[in-house]
Ligand binder design. Structure first.
Ligand code: PMP
Length: 418
């Protein structure tokens, strides 16, 4: 007698959400002989292994109990103080009791969404936006609205119309907007100062929480910095209470540390601290101590220019390779920092059709449609220049060129992620 397979009672949202396509494409691209322009992975040659080893060794010698014992859910005081000092050096003012250390900024969105978004609550995201919070909002059962962006960030007129329209029609008002104002993922776009101020004014007028995600802000390799929304909120009456700022050490030190932080109004931080007590009790003490020391001793500040220079060179290598190989068959926006170029096929092809052939040629990238909560543009794609070497970038783009030639010649292949 064969028994029926057990039907595990997995919640519908987790049955339908699917695994991350970006992760799968990154893995396909990292197989021997393949190249990945897909994941937002830092360049491994830029990890400061020696600096981290020295910091981790020192803290374990000096403070073994803080490293190895259970610690507070909100994060160790030295880690929170290091975050406050780091943000102050970038022009942002906050206190340690507004800071919550998280296991990556991804956990920050997750706890904010868990604690504030009941099913049916309304959120606004950029079109296109990063998939992490998008997926967390979907799992929470949120209604997701979108607002367009261009190279200068959110279209604030469209946002004003969206908010005023819902108010006029007495529809449920959005509770939050999630934005990546500096070197957006996937767009690479940076919101200009005037739009940042208008966004904050709209937030005050419509009682809208602003979730500012800023993992890439310190990776500026061209142009002039613009204040974070959290910093600008000091000059817009009522705005400071509405901004929740998320930061991360993943892109500037290493994602394997899983250390990020959020700066939030105290009631939000208190609710999120309780969520942390339920999820994982706290971020690892030894890692927090190591990162705090690495930041406080100036090792991060000393190492950052190497990362910026590395990405400047890689971005330029990608820009010139795309121009010479794909020419006007591909329109591309290059950012002033961060890790991503965002482009669009101009010949009417879909990025997924190109991807299927590109995998065959031995290169991966991310089709842009996954970054849209609605109205996807099938011709778009995200190309990451941070992880591959300069030679890898040139070879990867050459492979994309061969794939596009095949597509232009009428060839089609099903997408095979192996
Ligand atoms: N926000 C954005 C915009 C990202 O691109 C990423 C990672 N790709 C994250 C947050 C998550 O980073 P972390 O490793 O800090 O969880």
């Amino acid at each position: 007698m064969t028994s029926q397979p057990f039907d595990y009672p997995i919640a519908k949202t987790y049955r339908t959400i699917g695994e991350s396509l970006i992760r799968r494409l990154s893995h396909v691209g990292m197989r021997p002989g393949k190249l990945s322009l897909a994941g937002g992975y830092p360049g491994a040659e830029l990890f400061d292994r020696d600096g981290l080893l020295a910091a981790s060794d020192a803290v374990l010698h000096e403070s073994p109990v803080a490293c190895l014992q259970y610690g507070p859910a909100e994060g160790l005081p030295v880690m929170r103080e290091a975050v406050v000092a780091l943000l102050a050096s970038r022009g942002m003012r906050c206190t340690p009791d507004e800071v919550l250390i998280t296991s990556g900024s991804q956990q920050g969105f997750d706890v904010v969404i868990r604690t504030m978004m009941a099913p049916g609550e309304v959120a606004i995201v950029e079109r296109p936006t990063y998939t992490g919070p998008l997926r967390a909002l979907r799992v929470a059962g949120a209604e997701i609205l979108t607002v367009g962006i261009d190279g200068s960030g959110i279209d604030v007129d469209e946002l004003a119309e969206l908010l005023e329209g819902r108010r006029r029609r007495t529809q449920k008002l959005p509770r939050l907007i999630y934005t990546i104002p500096t070197f957006g993922n996937p767009s690479g776009a940076t919101m200009n100062r005037a739009r940042r101020l208008r966004l904050l004014e709209l937030a005050v007028a419509h009682r809208l929480l602003v979730l500012e995600d800023d993992p890439y802000g310190a990776l500026r390799f061209a142009g002039e910095p613009i204040e974070q929304l959290h910093a600008l909120a000091d000059s817009v009456p009522g705005a400071r209470d509405l901004v929740i700022h998320f930061g991360s050490f993943s892109k500037v030190i290493a994602p394997g540390l899983r250390i990020g932080f959020m700066v939030a109004p105290k009631p939000v931080r208190a609710a999120c601290t309780i969520a942390r007590q339920l999820i994982d009790l706290s971020s690892p003490g030894w890692i927090q101590m190591t990162v705090a020391r690495y930041v406080a001793t100036g090792a991060l500040a000393a190492h950052l220019p190497l990362i910026r220079d590395g990405y400047r060179v890689k971005a330029e290598a990608m820009r010139s390779a795309l121009e010479s190989v794909l020419g006007n068959r591909f329109g591309c926006h290059f950012p002033e920092g961060g890790m991503f170029a965002w482009g669009r096929l101009t010949g009417g092809h879909s990025a997924r059709d190109l991807l299927a052939l590109a995998i065959d040629e031995g290169v991966t990238f991310v089709p842009g449609d996954i970054y849209y909560a609605d109205r996807p543009d099938a011709a778009t794609m995200r190309l990451s220049f941070s992880q591959p070497t300069v030679d890898g970038i040139r070879e990867g783009v050459a492979r994309m060129g061969r794939a596009l030639d095949r597509l232009d010649a009428g060839e089609r292949k099903p997408l095979d992620l192996g």
